[in-house]
Design a protein around this ligand. Structure first.
Ligand SMILES: [Zn+2]
Length: 90
């Protein structure tokens, strides 16, 4: 992938010079193109991971969101959000 990043970056310079880019030209434009080309390449090369990642994202996303919400509650227990019940209120 290191090689691909460099290659896509250089191709990005070429695309910027020929058809333009959504970012200001120069390095920013080459990076924008590099990101686009990398995403396209990964989707084409690892297409079978997309549904798997969606399933894992749905499964793990809920767990992660609950953990983050719990962590935020614990850290706000001092009382910055008085309307939300904290762990001490249960
Ligand atoms: Zn460059």
């Amino acid at each position: 992938m290191l090689f691909a990043d460099t290659l896509f970056h250089e191709i990005g310079h070429h695309l910027d010079a020929t058809i333009g880019a959504p970012a200001p030209s120069g390095e920013a434009a080459a990076e924008q193109w590099s990101n686009r080309l990398s995403a396209r390449y990964l989707r084409k090369r690892y297409w079978y991971l997309v549904p798997l990642l969606k399933v894992f994202g749905a499964l793990l996303g809920g767990i992660v969101r609950r953990r983050v919400a719990g962590w935020k509650r614990e850290n706000n227990a001092g009382g910055k959000t008085p309307n939300q019940p904290g762990p001490a209120d249960r």
